[in-house]
Design a protein around this ligand. Structure first.
Ligand code: KG4
Ligand code: ZN
Length: 352
C-alpha cells in the first residue's frame, strides 16, 4: 500500500510518498521561511500565497522522486489541523481536488500526532539517516515544536494518551522569542543553539518552572526571565523597547544568555521526561518535533536514556510530508477515519 502525504500547516509545502508503512520513497519540502525572516515570525497570508504557488511543482517533484504514477498511489493523506487556516486550506483543497481527479480516498491527519508517526519510517534511498527499527511500544514520546510541548504515552502506531503538556508557550516558541531578544534571526531554535555553542550555560541561573502536575510544562516564565536578564545586563528597564536590547549586549553576553536559556529549557524538558520514564517504564523513548533537531537535547537525551532512545534524522524533526504519509498509512491500514470529499474540513485549533 502506497500513501501520498501533503503537509501545509505552517510555512512548509511538502509532499511525500510512503510505501508499506516503513519505506519513504520521496519527501519534497519547499519553505517560504526567507519571506518571513524580515518580519521575525510567520505572516499567514504570505505563507498561504507561497503554498498555492509551490504546491503543484512540489507534488510533481515528489511523484518523480518516488518514481510513482498516480496508479501506484492508494490514498491521499493530508494535514487538516492544527495550523494556520489559509495554509491548511491550500493542502486540504489540493487533496480534495486530487482525490476526485484520481479517484483516491482521503485520510485526514492530525499534524501533532504525525510528529510521532514519522518515527515509524525505517527505510529510504533518500539522503536521510533513519533508525534501523521502529520504536518498541509502548513508547514515551516527547513532542516539542513551535506550537506544542507534550509528553505522550505512544501505545501503538495510532493510539496514544497525553500525559502532560505546556500550560502556556511551547518550547519552540520560547526559543523564537529569546532569539528576538538576542537579535538573531527567526526561526529562533537554530539561531539560539548556534549562539549557545560559544556561550557558558552556567553563566546565568534561570528559573525552571515548578508546576504541581508532574508532566506539565510552562515556558512563559523562562522567556520573561531572559527578558529581565537582558534588561539588567544592559541597564535598561521595561520602558526600553525589547527588540533594541540586543544592540546593547556584547557578543559574550548574548552567547552566555543563549547557552543559559538553552540549558534551562532543555533540562526542564528532560527532568519531566526522566520522571515519566521512571513511572511508566516504557520500552522506548522518542523525541520528535522541530525542537528535537536541537543537538544539545539529542546529546543529553542519549546520555540519559542510551539505547532506549529513538530519534529519526533531524531533517524529519521539522515539518514535512513524510510524517503525514506515515500516519496516513497507519490510519488507512487500520480502517480509521477515512473521509469523503464533503466531510473533510480544516480544523486550525485541532487538539491531539
Ligand atoms: O515542528 P516544527 O517544524 O513546526 C511546528 O509544528 O511548530 O517546529 C518548529 C520549531 C520552531 O519554533 C523552531 O525554532 C524550532 O522548532 N527548532 C529548534 C531547532 N530547529 C527548529 N529549536 C531548538 N533547536 C533547534 N535546532
Ligand atoms: Zn510541526
Amino acid at each position: 500500500m502506497t500513501i501520498l502525504g501533503i503537509e501545509t500547516s505552517c510555512d512548509e509545502t511538502s509532499v511525500a510518498i510512503v510505501r508499506g508503512g516503513d519505506e519513504l520513497l520521496s519527501n519534497v519540502v519547499a519553505s517560504s521561511m526567507d519571506a518571513h525572516i524580515k518580519y521575525g515570525g510567520i505572516v499567514p497570508e504570505v505563507a498561504a500565497r507561497a503554498q498555492s504557488e509551490y504546491m503543484i511543482p512540489v507534488l510533481e517533484n515528489s511523484l518523480k522522486q518516488a518514481g510513482c504514477e498516480w496508479s501506484d498511489i492508494d490514498a491521499i493523506a493530508v494535514t487538516y489541523g492544527p495550523g494556520l487556516g489559509g495554509s491548511l486550506l491550500v493542502g486540504v483543497m489540493t487533496a480534495k481536488t486530487l482525490g476526485q481527479m484520481h479517484k483516491k480516498p482521503l485520510i485526514p491527519v492530525n499534524h501533532v500526532q504525525a510528529h510521532m508517526a514519522v518515527n515509524l519510517l525505517t527505510k529510504t534511498a533518500l539522503d536521510l539517516k533513519l533508525p534501523n527499527d521502529p520504536p518498541d511500544f509502548p513508547a514515551l514520546c516527547l513532542i516539542v515544536s513551535g506550537g506544542h510541548s507534550q509528553i505522550v504515552c505512544y501505545e501503538s502506531p495510532i493510539d496514544y494518551k497525553i500525559l502532560g503538556q505546556t500550560r502556556d508557550d511551547a518550547v519552540g516558541e520560547a526559543f523564537d522569542k529569546v532569539a528576538k531578544i538576542l537579535g538573531v534571526p527567526y526561526p529562533g531554535g537554530p539561531s539560539v543553539s548556534k549562539l549557545a555553542k560559544q556561550g557558558d550555560p552556567s553563566a546565568y541561573s534561570l528559573p525552571k518552572s515548578r508546576l504541581q502536575s508532574p508532566y506539565d510544562f510552562s515556558f512563559s516564565g523562562l522567556k520573561t526571565a531572559v527578558l529581565r536578564l537582558a534588561q539588567k545586563e544592559t541597564g535598561k528597564d521595561h520602558s526600553f523597547p525589547s527588540f533594541e536590547l540586543a544592540s546593547h549586549l556584547s557578543d559574550k553576553q548574548k552567547a552566555d544568555i543563549a547557552a543559559s536559556f538553552q540549558y534551562t529549557a532543555i533540562e526542564t524538558l528532560l527532568d519531566k521526561l526522566t520522571h515519566a520514564e521512571e513511572e511508566i517504564n516504557p520500552k522506548s523513548i522518542i523525541i520528535t518535533g522541530g525542537v528535537s533537531a536541537n543537538k544539545y537535547l539529542r546529546t543529553r537525551a542519549y546520555e540519559l536514556f542510551g539505547s532506549k532512545l529513538h530519534s529519526t534524522d533531524p531533517k524529519l524533526s521539522t515539518d514535512n510530508g513524510a510524517m503525514i504519509a506515515s500516519l496516513g498509512y497507519q490510519i488507512y491500514k487500520n480502517n480509521r477515519q477515512v473521509s469523503n470529499y464533503e466531510s473533510l474540513h480544516i480544523e486550525p485549533s485541532l487538539q491531539m
